[in-house]
Write a protein of this length. Structure first.
Length: 68
């Protein structure tokens, strides 16, 4: 069993904190973005921003892509 201060536990805690931050910021972005954009436009922008962030991270970390 690993100690509470191990790098894996720290990495997991940071990942959880980032997930919560980005999840919560989605509400704020929606609250201020919906008056200025149509729902599908706003949803499309969300997917573009998410893909722009995640694809480079997957390439940097050399994540395994699905075979099918």
């Amino acid at each position: 069993m690993s100690s509470p201060s191990s790098p894996d536990n720290l990495r997991a805690a940071i990942a959880a904190a980032l997930f919560i931050f980005f999840w919560a910021s989605g509400f704020i972005a929606a609250k201020y973005g919906f008056p200025y954009a149509e729902p599908f436009t706003f949803l499309g922008l969300r997917y573009v921003v998410g893909s722009t962030v995640l694809v480079p991270l997957c390439l940097i970390w050399k994540a395994a892509w699905p075979k099918t």
